[in-house]
Design a protein around this ligand. Structure first.
Ligand SMILES: N[C@@H](CCC(=O)N[C@@H](CS)C(=O)NCC(=O)O)C(=O)O
Length: 253
């Protein structure tokens, strides 16, 4: 077990956006593996300043800071957390297969649930997104987010390639990816690889939470879904993959 695990005074800091499902994935892993840490919410745009200061080329969150050491990205945070803990999130069996599934979840469901959501929310109902980004911020970053919102919004629209067509394309991709997940779940014993909960299950559940609405999610209860996303969430509520996500949240989060 490493020096950062529970009981130590050297607590790592996890920098996140509350609304980010990749951040939720890292945070859940740290909680699950019982690694004590502080969570710091960052304001969009100010997060790039922190990444710069830490010497990172990319500004993406989550970032975990441990003294001088910096770890970026949910997968690397989980790799690190696994080394520190007596508990495990390793998938049983072939590691390469677990990696392939986790990568596919990130590139497919991770990227496209986000693009589907923001393509409607940020373009047509942007006032409902701002409060989620402001939640839990200290006063100055909160005021910054309020004032700079038009600029932040424009940047997010261009960086994530948002738009009505893009949103519709993402819905089709998510549909295919849910079918893929459902085919794996159909052959499984309740978990995606082997018969125990692993990082692969955690990744799928965290990245699908926006659609599955698990009541145990730390931030999504504050999320207002725009009408088409809300309708999709209702239409797909009973899909096996989304029912499974809610069960995984209630058992493991
Ligand atoms: N593959 C990365 C994806 C992380 C990611 O896309 N983070 C988004 C939030 S959901 C972000 O920080 N975007 C702002 C930026 O890149 O500056 C991971 O697993 O951590």
């Amino acid at each position: 077990m490493g020096q950062w695990s529970s009981g130590t005074s050297l607590k790592p800091i996890l920098y996140i956006f509350a609304i980010s499902h990749f951040c939720e994935k890292a945070r859940w892993a740290l909680d699950y593996l019982q690694i004590e840490h502080d969570v710091v919410h960052l304001a969009p745009a100010l997060h790039s300043k922190l990444a710069n200061k830490l010497g990172l080329k990319s500004s993406s969150l989550p970032i975990l800071k441990l003294g001088e050491e910096v770890i970026q990205g949910s997968e690397k945070v989980i790799d690190w957390a696994e080394e520190q803990s007596d508990n495990s999130l390793k998938a049983v069996g072939d590691n390469r297969r677990a990696q392939e599934i986790e990568d596919r979840l990130g590139d497919g469901i991770g990227v496209h649930t986000r693009r589907m959501f923001y393509s409607e929310a940020l373009i047509e109902h942007s006032a409902t997104v701002r409060p989620i980004f402001m939640k839990d911020l200290p006063v100055i970053p909160k005021a910054f987010t309020w004032l700079m919102w038009p600029v932040i919004r424009r940047k997010m629209i261009s960086r994530m390639d948002l738009g009505k067509e893009q949103g519709e394309q993402s819905v089709k991709i998510i549909d295919q990816e849910l079918t893929w997940l459902e085919s794996m779940l159909f052959e499984s014993d309740g978990y995606l690889l082997g018969n125990t909960f692993s990082r692969v299950d955690l990744s799928a559940a965290a990245l699908l939470a926006r659609l599955a609405s698990p009541p145990d999610h730390p931030s999504f209860k504050f999320m207002v879904r725009p009408p088409r996303v809300q309708k999709l969430t209702e239409d797909w509520y009973d899909r096996p993959a989304l029912t499974w996500v809610r069960a995984v949240y209630s058992q493991h989060r």
